[in-house]
Design a protein around this ligand. Sequence first.
Ligand SMILES: C[C@@H]1N[C@@H](c2nc3ccccc3[nH]2)[C@H](O)[C@@H]1O
Length: 451
Amino acid sequence: EKEVKYGQITELPRQDDAMKKWRSNRFGQFIHWGLYAIPGGVWKGKTYEYAAEFLKSSAGISTATWDSLQYQFNPIKFNAMAWAKMAKAMGVKYATITTKHHEGFCLWPSEYTDFDIENTPYGKDLLGEFIEAYNAEGIDVSLYYSVLDWHHPDWRYKLNSEEDKEAFERLKIFTKNQLLELLDRYPTVKGLWFDGTWDQCWKDNGQFSYELEKKLKEKHPGLVVNSRMRADEYGSRHFDSNGVLMGDYESGYERRLPNPWDIEVTKNDWECCMTIPENQWGYHKDWTLTHIKTANELIEMLVQCTSQNGNFLLNFGPTGEGDFREEEVKLAKEIGDWMDDNSSAIYNCGYAGLKKQGWGYFTQNNDSETTINMVVFNKPINGKYRVKLNKGSVIKKAYLLSKPDKALDLEEISNGEYFIEAKKVKTKDPFVIIIELENKDSKKFHQKALT
Ligand SMILES: C[C@@H]1N[C@@H](c2nc3ccccc3[nH]2)[C@H](O)[C@@H]1O
């Protein structure tokens, strides 16, 4: 064990109400919106396949040229309430929006820079409108903030000289000021989602990120912070040099999921953030460049995250005019229709403590020891679902969530192992079978033989 002074601050897993709410939310909407949405991956007639929010670097555009996009930013179609209603219908319980991405442009009127929404044709506090509209729909809002800032003259990737160090000291003060400003202006926000913290400059400043997390949490009780914010004094990120998770949940799953059989990942809170195309966070004009995930693919990712105690943050990239692509609107509806019927297997659910089986995923409601959800993606050809529960578990009854008053036939194979028969399931969508267990002290529970 190394002596780590600037590692974990909050003992995990947190059991306070704010974290319990974060955990029960399970499904969130990520919004990537900034100047990059104006060109949408196309520059001077050329389409760049790399992530649209990286167009400045992939097209080799000067900071001056890129920054002048701020004078074109006028999302006339932006309607925060319509966005919030779409998100509500999709079934998300929280939303995380980019307040400032790597480009450095701020979606709120910041007193610490002119490179912000106030100095655009739009002019109004866009971030404030977003937060108010989403909160009005009962959706929690977290704020994404990129420490990496291509616009700021004091940004340095590495600190090679005294001048670098002095510049980065100013950048650190700017960063802290903006974060305190965001929490001052938007007191209802629930979390901060840090990004752009992989460079040497930040890894060399473990003490700063430690003290910053402490200060932000003192200022904003209950604040939930992702592990990506932090480095310890040895430069170890997400987990300190002794492997202890920093922040409040693990946020390393970007466009990837853990192995569905992995139970190690269930030990911490974590979140997967996911794009609909293969790798576009900001709006890209051309969605023919890669595979576009279907509703069923995205629902399966959400269910997998829930089954392993994780949250799923699905990204949308609004256009420069402030509306969504039709493909995104269609997916939001398809996912929302599924959530209307099946969200009881998602909200306030987590790891059931059972080994994953071939037909799909187990989830368990955090408030019920005896109710287990089976979310089915692969129907067995004989219509019989093999379930291996904990030793001694006895199924009282099993039924389709869609037909709660029709018990399914059961066949006990051995201690805690059953076949559940569900032959006549018509739906083409993923569906849920509910297992109700005898509770531990029920008379029928087969007490282990004493010999
Ligand atoms: C959550 C995601 N993180 C950003 C990001 N920046 C990167 C730089 C290098 C490699 C991968 C990256 N992902 C993406 O632009 C998006 O905001």
